[in-house]
Ligand binder design. Sequence first.
Ligand code: SF4
Length: 352
Amino acid sequence: MPIKILSNYSDKNKKLTKSGHGIVQWRAGSNQEEIKASCKGANCLFLKGGAFMNPVTGKTILRKKIVTMPGTSTSDPTYHDKEGNQVMKVDSCFAIMGTPYLSSYRMQDDPRMKGIEGLKRAIENAPRKADRARGAVVGNASTIMTKEELEEVDSTIRRSLKHHILYDHAWRINPWVLDHAVASCNHIADIKKAISMGASVCSVVLPQNIIDQYRGKRIDGFHMTQCPENVSPKINCINCGGKSGPLCDAKTRSNLVIMFQQHGNNSWKRQKQKIIGNISKAATPDEPTTGDKARDKRRRKIGVSMTLEKLQEAIKRGDKQTVLTIAEKAMRKVSKATAKKYQRFLEVTCEQ
Ligand code: SF4
């Protein structure tokens, strides 16, 4: 029975690669059905997301018991339980809901990408300078393959490449996976548990304001740090860690907790980008038509992206006057309720 993986060498994934530097990657599952089953088998919290959870204890809290402070362009939303403890809204997985899963559809009918031979082919296709692979770009390894199969995958990679980045959500049920994978934890108490079960590196997804509270601290001797990709546009998995290699290689790194800013469909980061995009669209005046539909569309797109750039820059610099000017233009195009929402978000008051 072939090992249930789909592999390729790609420079298309912006989170994992830089132009001219691709990465060998494999998916846990040889088709979409198996990929989804592997996530379900791991009882992954991020498969659905949306629940409210205490980030320290992992206790879930009913939505009706949550006090919400809405987010703005400069601050994240905060959620508290009735006792005043900060809680978080659980993110949803961007991989199973996005391109890594969707692109498996194209790959699943290609026998050249399947099993250990497919992985070897992906490694052969990588240039000589390639030094790392990313496992389970979507799907969960330990719930789709045996310990022996994962050992074979890992040793095949390490025979040619120095590093193998891999996370697993089912380390509680399959602790053997911790020999190869970072323990994907749901909350702080989970981290302690993973360490006690033998994890060398743990990861956890948190809102930025909670990451800020924990950065630089230690949990049972493990140093807590934020994924460098979150804080620098120049770093991602392809060059993370410099010569020492990526922080998320569980075999070559140890005593680390990598904190990731929420980035899934439920995250404030994505919601914020969407609101800023909508404001920019509303604030961009329509140009007189040229009679050429495609040309009009192109001009409109350029206009909106220029407004977007200006607004993002103004928010970043704290330039209230520019934010207000853009806001006032947008307010003229939207309903009263939306105008109120945008003003609250941009923290400005416009003349009506
Ligand atoms: S810490 Fe490094 S290896 Fe891990 S996800 Fe972030 S960029 Fe990639």
